[in-house]
Design a protein around this ligand. Sequence first.
Ligand code: GAP
Length: 511
Amino acid sequence: MTSEEKFKKVISHAKEYGFIFPSSEIYDGLSAVYDYGQNGAELKNNIKDYWLKAMVQLNDNIVNIDSAILMHPTIWKASGHVDAFNDPLIDNKDSKKRYRADVLIEDHITKIEGKIEKEINKAQKRFGKNFDKEQFIKTSPRVLQYYDKIKSIYNHFSKALEEDDLIGLKNIIEDLEIVCPVSGSKNWTDVKQFNLMFGTKLGASSESAMDLYLRPETAQGIFVNFLNVQKTSRLKIPFGIAQIGKAFRNEIVARQFIFRMREFEQMEMQFFIKPGTQKEWYEKWKETRLKWHLSLGIKKENYRFHDHEKLAHYADAACDIEFNFPFGFKELEGIHSRTDFDLSNHEKFSSKKIKYFDSQINESYTPYVIETSIGVDRMFLAVFSNSLEEESLPDNSTRTVLKLPVILAPIKIAILPLLKKDGLPELSKKILDKLKWDYKVVYDEKDAIGRRYRRQDALGTPFCITVDHQSVSDGTVTIRYRDSMVQERASVHEVISKIQSNLNIKSWLKT
Ligand code: GAP
């Protein structure tokens, strides 16, 4: 299956099994806005819960807040979003399609990386077991040429971004002969800046209404509550404030399903530290966040760090944790050293003193901040696309299975009576009543047992409990594991304790 086919399969599977629907579908949808269905909402909540547990419950110096989406408009002036939250856009005159200039260039680089990968795969096939990948990369003239090309593009690209050189960006697109994916032409307009914030109004009459923005990040709700939280919690630096909530961006290039949406959710944490300690905390949070991702059991090679070429207006260091999505490595999470930019600016714009008194050194200062920021929807796409498999079975049949990390699965257990008679449904419902207090459990008695297993595989349900005639006579049931398809006979009590040990949050987050 090509990566494009795989991605199409991800989108159709998400819809067919009640995970994600296009928003307003009966009215032909709304571009780059999506709704989460009955299984998607559960999976999304489990992701948020897993993040909250790791971030807040396990750290006694991090608290969680829930600030409003609508905020005073001066906040966005102070944060720099009114002046600097822009994307460099370019239009193709033939297709009339609009693109982010930086994304066009990045996609071009990804294509060259794909060519390198192809060369490596070809050589691997040719040399078989004796293939030394590192040596090949260091010596193959073609691969070296591709690397030189990427380096040269990056140099020009980062310089243009650094200097906000819009003409420079257009020159790169022209020099690389990048074509519009729709029209195939190189007929480009100049590059222009475009602000991504959505505007709205507060108030009844047009004369008195106040112009507001829908927040483009949840972070500012944390900064403007810094004093409230610090004073009421009496937390001492270093400490963190976390928040999960909706954010809105008028994304122009809103492609790739839920990867880039106009309404999305963020899980952000601002960690307040003493000025001068930011390098050490930045490294610590990079390590901590990667560990969180790896705790879910997704292979390490699917993640990589990418340092930012152009730092955002608030940062003195920044990187992304990139994930290997079906369309290649792209940003999943951002880790930013935000200096004292936000707190200082809110102090300036609000004329309120925003300082921390450090009793250890008997001094007041504006704390520095390390931010970790991850999109819930991107995390959803990462785990969902990584888990979806078409598996060939020994009997030459195939099955579609969603091998979600067990801790995130929307339905944890399916209870399946082998037949709809002889007391099997009644016993099944008794087991369900016992388990539903702790887990999301479903009951399914329709169709042959094999089909029911396949249905649960496609939903990502890690455990099926099958109730048969023996269950009525001796109280044992069969537990069937999604990934291995292994079936074991055991008492209900033993089955519950097997499930409990698989879902023990401690063993997940401790790894
Ligand atoms: N407070 C910092 C901040 O907002 P960002 O890199 O712009 O930084 C953080 O966004 C994360 O939010 C990204 O890594 C991504 O996971 C998610 N995100 C950003 N824009 C998004 C969009 N349009 N759709 C879905 N997720 C998005």
